[in-house]
Design a protein around this ligand. Structure first.
Ligand SMILES: Cc1cc2nc3c(=O)[nH]c(=O)nc-3n(C[C@H](O)[C@H](O)[C@H](O)COP(=O)(O)OP(=O)(O)OC[C@H]3O[C@@H](n4cnc5c(N)ncnc54)[C@H](O)[C@@H]3O)c2cc1C
Length: 348
């Protein structure tokens, strides 16, 4: 069996198959990256070694190929190194990439958070802006005021505070309110956390273009150019593509186009009505379903979406959690999250 992608979904599937099937794991890097902590590299609260782990330590029995999967042709997986890897069953778990929605200038002029390299570049950009700008606050625009955007804005503020720079950080979001799927209590606690760090939120702001030093937005009051020394793009993600694979899935997590190809995690496209968020916990929950279905094709299970709880941190020592409908805020959920994630990395 061939598994491509070694994030939450791919690693969990490969681990579940150890000792039961021969697994070839295809991923560009030789380390597992714990993405839910990656934004903390912005404030240097986490270093690369804190958020990564060697893949060989996690899945020692698999054959490891450190190349990117590019395409599926017949029953071969074609890699970036030009290799053709034959498969009987294929797991596609290549994750997501930032969605620029085709907006001009986003790719060239913004920073995002989908790899260790992304986080290091974002940290360097913020520190460079801070040392080059004198006499006024550092202007940071974070596009997207959902989980990632709020967490990134909080870390940016913590870094600049620690280095003793003044800042003006704005979160811009196209929706009419932040966290529209959460209740008012959750939303208010997030606003409290943002206020505590002096972060501004502007909703109903549709980005039309990004150019060096400026984000163009269309809002209630017409077009506006928002000045920005650094722009972080946290406006959503879309599945990474592998040519020849239909990333939309059935309840068994098989690709809609092929029975022998499974797609899961952020790479999977689910029918909208399923309401499956792109989260590590959903990728993890899908993995045993895929492992079972690979091993028992005559008795396939179906994936049933479930979100156990949500925690968003807003800078350090403050988070807002919704655990089974109970909303918590402040230091306790922040410490719970930190402890939980650190334990989970260690257990991978
Ligand atoms: C800043 C941030 C904060 C987050 N916070 C949380 C949180 O608090 N809680 C939560 O549940 N979720 C959180 N998430 C979401 C969570 O990280 C993702 O949903 C999760 O990582 C998805 O797992 P995955 O295995 O599908 O993809 P990933 O973890 O992204 O793994 C994809 C893997 O595929 C590899 N790959 C990429 N391209 C190729 C290719 N062509 N061929 C082969 N391999 C390839 C990558 O190198 C990687 O190994 C956060 C995400 C971000 C960015």
């Amino acid at each position: 069996m061939v598994v491509c992608g070694a994030g939450f979904a791919g690693v969990r599937v490969a681990k579940a198959l150890e000792g039961k099937a021969d697994v070839t794991l295809v991923a560009p890097a030789d380390r597992f990256v714990y993405l839910p902590l990656i934004h903390e590299m912005l404030s240097e609260q986490q270093l690369p070694r804190d958020v990564t782990k060697p893949l060989r330590d996690i899945v020692p029995q698999a054959t490891h190929i450190h190349e990117a999967a590019v395409a599926v042709e017949g029953n071969d997986l074609v890699t970036s190194g030009g290799h053709r890897i034959p498969f009987d069953q294929l797991v596609v778990a290549v994750g997501a990439e930032p969605n620029d929605f085709g907006i001009p200038g986003v790719r060239e002029n913004t920073y995002s958070f989908y790899s260790v390299k992304d986080a290091l570049l974002a940290n360097a950009a913020l520190k460079t802006a801070a040392v080059e700008i004198a006499g006024r606050p550092i202007r940071v625009v974070v596009v997207g005021a959902s989980f990632t955007g709020v967490e990134v804005a909080g870390e940016a503020a913590e870094l600049l505070r620690r280095l003793d720079f003044r800042y003006d950080i704005q979160l811009l979001d196209a929706a009419d309110r932040i966290f529209p799927h959460q209740d008012d209590e959750f939303r208010q606690h997030v606003h409290d956390g943002l206020d505590r760090l002096g972060l501004r939120v502007r909703t109903d702001q549709r980005i039309t273009r990004v150019e060096p030093g400026r984000v163009h937005v269309a809002g209630d009051e017409g077009e506006e150019a928002v000045e920005a020394d650094v722009v972080f793009w946290c406006a959503g993600a879309r599945p990474r593509r592998i040519e020849g694979v239909d990333m939309t899935v059935r309840p068994t997590l098989q690709s809609t186009s092929r029975d022998d190809v499974f797609v899961l995690g952020d790479a999977a496209e689910f029918p909208r009505e399923w309401g499956v968020p792109k989260l590590a916990q959903t990728a993890e929950a899908q993995s045993p379903v895929v492992a079972h279905n690979l091993l028992k094709p005559n008795r396939m299970m179906e994936y049933e979406p479930e979100v156990k709880g949500l925690i968003v941190s807003v800078g350090h020592n403050y988070a807002v959690a919704d655990i089974g409908g109970t909303v918590l805020k402040g230091q306790i959920p922040w410490h719970i999250k930190r402890r939980l994630y650190k334990t989970k990395i260690a257990l991978y």
